[in-house]
Design a binder for this molecule. Structure first.
Ligand SMILES: O=C(O)CCC(=O)C(=O)O
Ligand SMILES: [Fe+2]
Length: 342
């Protein structure tokens, strides 16, 4: 590991080995990226609603290894004499807009604690039926709870802060009115889903955490790197409205698993390896990102040069096939930057 940056509660390292890394081809960009990071002249030129360094320059096929604080009372922590840290990996899964996979971001204990808190302790009544912000029912068969930072002994605060530290530039953090949302917890039951939409409302960053590894989120217009280029997306094609983005998905009959990026709790990582073939020739589908309980996905909803909404970040919660009574559990943290997006 090559240490890159140390911040208050997050340590960044580039990692050259991980299970998913081992399955991907090694990247010639890897060394270049490290050199960029260490350059003293490297500054963020303009107020960017996109990712800060070092993840800004993270190529596909490389990982960043990150440590973050964890709640001291997490009983799955096995050595109380060591600093209370939890490690996870970040890998890029899309370029336009930037989309990242946070592998092992939450511990299993944190996932359970959040689900329990949302289900049993919210307003003493359990979770409420979810409605979209404008009151329309774009979301079906879904319950919601909002957890503020202090809940469960500040774990929502620890998680939110860890996200903010890694995914939001200092300029955006210090801009007037910038703040992160409370943690939104959703529980979808059978057939429950969320139609294609853009998060908007000055939310520059969305981080969706998969609490039980069930369910799928699809970002149909995200472009991925040269290795697995989404051939139907013309490069630099401008999309200027939500309607245009939705029309593109419909008129081109884009499909989850073939176009854009499908975040899928329903696919096991190992299913990408064809055991009968040579190890180097496994079937790797860059349009599918398998996630497990504790993984998260982060993406940006505004153009990086303050050019308004990036409509390529539209996404949907795919209607849930029956997966047992538990259903699909996710928690979402948004970062708002009203003075930059308006
Ligand atoms: O259900 C999902 O997978 C996505 C949820 C979502 O996009 C939202 O809550 O804004
Ligand atoms: Fe959304």
């Amino acid at each position: 590991f090559t240490p890159i940056i140390t911040t208050e509660s997050n340590d960044f390292h580039y990692s050259s080995s991980s299970s998913s890394q081992a399955r991907r081809k090694s990247s010639p960009l890897f060394e270049t990226c490290i050199r960029q990071e260490e350059s003293p002249n490297d500054t963020i030129e303009e107020l960017s609603t996109g990712p800060p360094l070092p993840i800004k320059s993270l190529p596909c096929d490389a990982n960043i290894f990150i440590s973050r604080s964890r709640p001291f009372f997490d009983p799955s922590f096995d050595d109380m004499t060591k600093p209370q840290q939890h490690s996870y990996h970040i890998a890029r899964v899309g370029n336009k807009p930037d989309v990242f996979h946070l592998r092992g971001f939450l511990t299993k204990w944190e996932c359970s604690a959040i689900m329990n808190e949302a289900q049993y302790n919210y307003d003493d009544t359990g979770m409420n039926t979810a409605k979209s912000e404008n009151g329309d029912s774009f979301r079906t068969n879904c319950k919601v709870a909002w957890l503020s930072d202090a809940r469960i002994g500040n774990i929502c605060g620890i998680i939110g802060k860890a996200i903010e530290n890694v995914f939001v530039t200092d300029e955006v953090k210090t801009a007037y009115g910038s703040h992160r949302s409370d943690l939104q917890v959703l529980n979808y039951k059978e057939k429950g889903g969320f139609v294609l939409h853009h998060d908007g409302h000055d939310r520059i960053l969305t981080v969706i955490m998969y609490l039980n590894g069930v369910g799928e989120t699809w970002l149909p217009l995200v472009e991925i790197d040269d290795d697995g280029k989404n051939s139907r997306n013309d490069e630099d094609e401008q999309i200027s409205s939500l309607q245009e983005a939705l029309y593109k998905v419909q008129s081109r009959s884009l499909q989850p698993g073939k176009d854009g990026v499908l975040i899928s709790g329903s696919v096991k990582d190992d299913s990408f390896i064809d055991e009968s073939s040579n190890c180097d020739e496994y079937e790797y589908n860059p349009h599918v990102v398998p996630v497990e309980a504790g993984d998260a996905i982060a993406f940006y909803s505004y153009g990086t040069e303050c050019k308004g909404e990036d409509w390529k970040s539209i996404h949907a919660g795919i209607p849930l096939e029956f997966k047992g009574e538990e259903g699909k559990w996710i928690a979402t943290s948004w970062y708002h930057a009203p003075s930059i997006t308006c």
